[in-house]
Design a protein around this ligand. Structure first.
Ligand SMILES: NC(=O)c1ccc[n+]([C@@H]2O[C@H](COP(=O)([O-])OP(=O)(O)OC[C@H]3O[C@@H](n4cnc5c(N)ncnc54)[C@H](O)[C@@H]3O)[C@@H](O)[C@H]2O)c1
Ligand SMILES: O=C(O)C(=O)C[C@@H](O)[C@H](O)[C@H](O)COP(=O)(O)O
Ligand SMILES: [Zn+2]
Length: 379
């Protein structure tokens, strides 16, 4: 049963069927969820923009070319910039390649970037936009579930280095985000399910109705054809929009027991460490799934979280086919990688944990015995 009092998307579907969620920022912008949204692109680019770079991964060459052709037909000069698929795109080399294309094409401050792809594309393209001439306009068109509910929203952009995940980047908000649901139909199931990890995260940290909708039919929820897909997407985006709107630059570490944007990092301390140990070959959502089970066990071991909520993590993530365990022998490497987590202060590790369902908080410098006990539960 869904709880009618829990947060629902602030703005309902428009007559044309699209759902629009506003993100509060210095320049507020909308995340639009629907079908056939490309008609919105010129309005988001604005009247000044003449030249556009469409950044897309190899797998979406046809879509990237189609957007470029559309823009050209609309009177823009448009270039398609192809980048590698998945995490290979988030590198200094690919960033430098994009800069050189923009330089050769004569991109000025009145020109813009359009990204079309998953979270790796929006992270890279957002960082290109943040850094080219110290900042040009960007519009994201996320094509994965994860990109729609998380990566394209909120303005975190960046790349990975050998030392860790997203260690180099910038906050750079888009002018708008267009989530065309038809894109999800071509997404491999594994990638769709990886995105569900971030949806489930939003359920645990803020909106438990998400968990109920997944638990009602995990097999159904694992496909974009699920009758509640659009509601799941809208609810997760609403959690992200509300959270970043209240703490855009992740400055609030705790006010009256409430934490700010760091809540969205639930499961990410260990998750990012797993990604590094796996040399960025894993999907982000898979690593975050294990990371969430780990922090649930950590919160339980610290006497903060009740058994039922802790157990619910493993149950819901496993029911979706997401991984919930990791190799026991990897612990020393994971500990090493976690030292460079962005929440770490000096040598004090900080974990987002739950005090209760939808009550995220920070656990500072937990005793090593608690970390070992929690890791033993997932290895
Ligand atoms: N900036 C943020 O706030 C934020 C939030 C969450 C995650 N992230 C980042 O997002 C990245 C993960 O994003 P992801 O899970 O979308 O992975 P991804 O971008 O690697 O996409 C997964 C794969 O699907 C392909 N693909 C994309 N759309 C497709 C489609 N419609 N049909 C068929 N194939 C398609 C891609 O080319 C890629 O091979 C990670 O690097 C993570 O750190 C960032
Ligand atoms: O938007 C945020 O804030 C998040 O933490 C969302 C995460 O899901 C996302 O993976 C983000 O890129 C992690 O940020 P980082 O600062 O830990 O690199
Ligand atoms: Zn994430």
């Amino acid at each position: 049963m869904t709880d009618p009092t829990s947060p629902t998307p602030a703005v309902g579907p428009e007559p044309g069927g699209a759902n629009r969620i506003r993100v509060a920022a210095a320049s507020p912008y909308d995340v639009v969820i629907g079908n056939n949204l490309l008609g919105e692109l010129p309005g988001l680019l604005g009247d000044d923009v003449r030249r556009v770079a469409v950044i897309h991964p190899r797998a979406l060459r046809t879509s990237g070319d189609a957007i470029r052709d559309d823009l050209v037909a609309g009177g823009y000069t448009a270039h398609a910039i192809e980048i590698p698929d998945a995490e290979e795109a988030k590198s200094a080399e690919v960033l430098a390649y994009c800069w050189s294309v923009l330089g050769q094409a004569g991109f000025t401050r009145s020109d813009a970037i359009v990204s079309i792809g998953g979270g790796t594309t929006t992270d890279l393209a957002g960082f290109v936009a943040a850094t080219w001439l110290r900042g040009v306009k960007v519009v994201h068109i996320p094509t994965t579930l994860l990109g729609m509910v998380d990566a394209a929203v909120g303005g975190k952009t960046g790349i990975n280095t050998a030392e860790g995940k997203n260690l180099v980047g910038a906050f750079w908000e888009p002018a708008g985000v267009l989530c065309d649901l038809a894109a999800l139909e071509t997404l491999p199931r594994n990638d769709y399910v990886s995105g569900l990890a971030e949806v489930v995260k939003c359920g645990f940290i803020a909106d438990p109705v998400i968990l109920e909708l997944v638990e009602a039919d995990p097999e159904g929820a694992s496909s974009p054809a699920y009758k509640h897909t659009e509601e799941l997407i809208a609810r997760a985006i609403q959690v992200k929009a509300d959270t970043v709107g209240a703490d855009l630059r992740e400055k609030t570490t705790s006010v009256g027991g409430q934490i700010g944007r760091e809540a969205l990092n639930y499961g990410h301390t260990l998750g990012h460490a797993i990604e590094r140990v796996e040399r960025y070959k894993w999907r982000h959502g898979a690593a975050i799934s294990i990371g969430m089970v780990f922090v649930a066990e950590l919160a339980r071991a610290a006497g903060k979280l009740d058994d039922a909520t802790a157990d619910r993590h493993r149950a819901v993530l496993e029911s979706l086919g997401l991984p919930v365990k990791y190799r026991a022998d990897a612990w020393p490497h994971l500990q090493d990688a976690m030292k460079l987590d962005k929440k770490t202060r000096a040598d004090r590790l900080r974990f987002v944990i739950l005090d209760a369902l939808a009550k995220p908080t920070i656990l500072e410098a937990p005793d090593p015995s608690l970390l070992i006990a929690a890791y033993a539960e997932i290895s």
